[in-house]
Write a protein that binds this ligand. Structure first.
Ligand code: 4NP
Length: 162
């Protein structure tokens, strides 16, 4: 079953704020819809400096208030990810451009998407980095990701007919 799962990798810079949140929100949505047999979700960063760390404590606290327990350990994107995953979804244009540069071939490049292409937000065209923001920045990240993950799952269920 593992090989037949549709695999999604969420990517940001440090893999301690935005992408582990997208990871947790998407897994929670998939669990709630009893679709765990159909999807495998992971996250990674384009910067390796936080490797092995849990998500930022502020991000975990805000996510926890909405019922998401973030337990992923930060890891950098690897060349194998481009083979293994069906979709690689970037949080902002910097992540997107870095992924495009890292992609080993055209087939891999075609797997790279922008998270905010799935959002209805009129105010943001990227998921803003909350690292140097106050509490509101973390809440905005969660608002945008809940919206985008919901739309992404809806679209995939239609495409994959599940
Ligand atoms: P993330 O946030 O990319 O959403 O995980 C950041 C985490 C760490 C840093 C920047 C952004 N940093 O500069 O260390």
């Amino acid at each position: 079953m593992e090989n037949k799962k549709y695999k999604i990798l969420f990517v940001c810079l440090g893999n301690i704020c935005r992408s582990p949140s997208a990871h947790g929100i998407m897994e929670s949505l998939i669990d709630k819809n009893n679709l765990s047999d159909h999807f495998l979700i992971d996250s990674a960063g384009t910067y390796a400096g936080h490797s092995g760390e849990l998500p930022d404590s502020r991000m975990r606290a805000h996510a926890s208030k909405r019922g998401y327990k973030l337990t992923h350990r930060s890891r950098p994107v690897s060349s194998q990810d481009f083979e293994e995953f069906d979709m690689i979804i970037a949080m902002d244009d910097s992540n997107y451009n870095n992924l495009k540069r890292l992609a080993p071939d055209l087939e891999s490049e075609a797997k790279i998407y922008r998270m905010m292409d799935y959002s209805q937000s009129l105010d943001y065209d990227h998921v803003p980095d909350p690292y140097y923001s106050g509490a509101e920045g973390f809440e905005i990240v969660l608002d945008l990701l809940e919206d985008a993950c919901g739309n992404l799952l809806k679209e995939l269920r239609e495409d994959l007919e599940i």
